[in-house]
Design a binder for this molecule. Structure first.
Ligand SMILES: *Cc1c(COP(=O)(O)O)cnc(C)c1O
Length: 313
């Protein structure tokens, strides 16, 4: 059952066309991982894959994981747990507010048990894990965002698929990043001639260390040329400015591709800004990973944009 569920045909690679691209003589392809699966979108599917194989091997009955109130990872873990009949427990940052937002409502509907911890208590994850051990006994622990070495292995398959789908090797891979597991997987699978850019959804240099730590577990990584750019995080996680929302709506009109405001919207905004700044040499090709995350838009529109009059269409 696991094999059938997790071994899907490759998500499409789609070229997009735009004046900014042709002026720069740059070709931009989008790896549409948002189309990979209907309820477990994009990189969360990749990150859960080998974790679920491990859970089956260990015959674990429960998963404990962490996430924010709009977390795509919480949503994905809840959906996969329900599908495979494994109990899921989600530790959520912040207070419980009723009605639950659409992400948490979905998670609870899948049978996930939600535990809420204040922002300050949430930081002490070791203490929470200890509490959970006392309460629940044995469980499989998935770190926040699902980023561990098995997630890295799953995300390597993004690049392996692209290799099999494209007749030439792209010069750059771009991805959005939060906890860095996806970026680590792409770096681990890239060739020495290729460059990888992670567009951070939040501020902070800690991410580079986290990615390095995930890479240290792997052996012999040929790709040395990677960097994390946090210039396009719009001030932090889930922060935004009207120009980001304009960009996302405009991108949808032009390319019929929906972007989310937390991750992929910021990455594509960053790619196009770098193009305008002549960051990329002419005659190069970029593959940007659409990591999914579209389930979060509804909650974002409700929470953040309602008051401002802006809306992701
Ligand atoms: C979770 C998520 C990311 C970040 O992935 P990490 O591996 O945590 O860096 C990027 N994009 C989307 C859409 C996500 O849901």
């Amino acid at each position: 059952m696991l094999n059938e569920f997790f071994n899907l045909p490759p998500s499409p690679v789609q070229e997009i066309f735009d004046d900014t691209l042709s002026e720069n003589q740059v070709r931009l392809f989008v790896k549409r991982d948002n189309l990979l699966h209907s309820s477990i979108s994009g990189n969360k599917f990749r990150k859960l894959k080998y974790n679920f194989f491990k859970i089956k091997e260990l015959e674990c009955q429960k998963i404990v994981t962490f996430g924010g109130a709009f977390s795509n990872h919480i949503q994905a873990t809840a959906a996969a747990g329900k599908y495979f009949g494994i109990e899921t427990i989600g530790i959520v940052r912040g207070e419980r507010t009723e009605p639950l937002n659409s992400t948490l409502h979905f998670a609870e509907h899948c049978g996930m048990k939600l535990h809420f911890f204040s922002r300050s208590d949430f930081r002490d994850k070791d203490l929470i894990i200890k509490q959970m051990e006392e309460e629940l006994g044995d469980f499989y622990f998935l770190p926040e965002g699902g980023s561990n070495s098995l997630a890295v292995r799953g995300c390597m398959e993004i690049v392996e698929e692209i290799d099999s789908q494209m007749p030439f090797k792209p010069d750059y891979f771009c991805t959005a990043c939060g906890t860095g597991g996806t970026l680590a997987g792409i770096i681990a699978a890239a060739k020495s001639s290729q460059k990888v850019i992670g567009f951070s959804a939040l501020k902070g240099a800690f991410l580079e260390r986290d990615v390095q730590r995930l890479l240290d577990i792997e052996e012999d990584i040929p790709c040395k040329n990677w960097q994390i750019i946090d210039d396009y995080c719009f001030g932090g996680y889930a922060k935004w400015q009207p120009e980001l929302i304009h960009f996302i709506n405009d991108f949808k009109r032009k390319h019929s591709i929906i972007l989310d405001p937390i991750y992929t919207g910021k990455m594509f905004f960053g790619i196009f800004d770098l193009l305008k700044k002549r960051f990329f040499r002419p005659n190069i090709t970029i593959v940007a990973i659409h990591t999914g995350g579209l389930q979060g838009i509804e909650g974002f529109n409700q929470m953040k944009l309602k008051k401002s009059g802006f809306k992701i269409e």
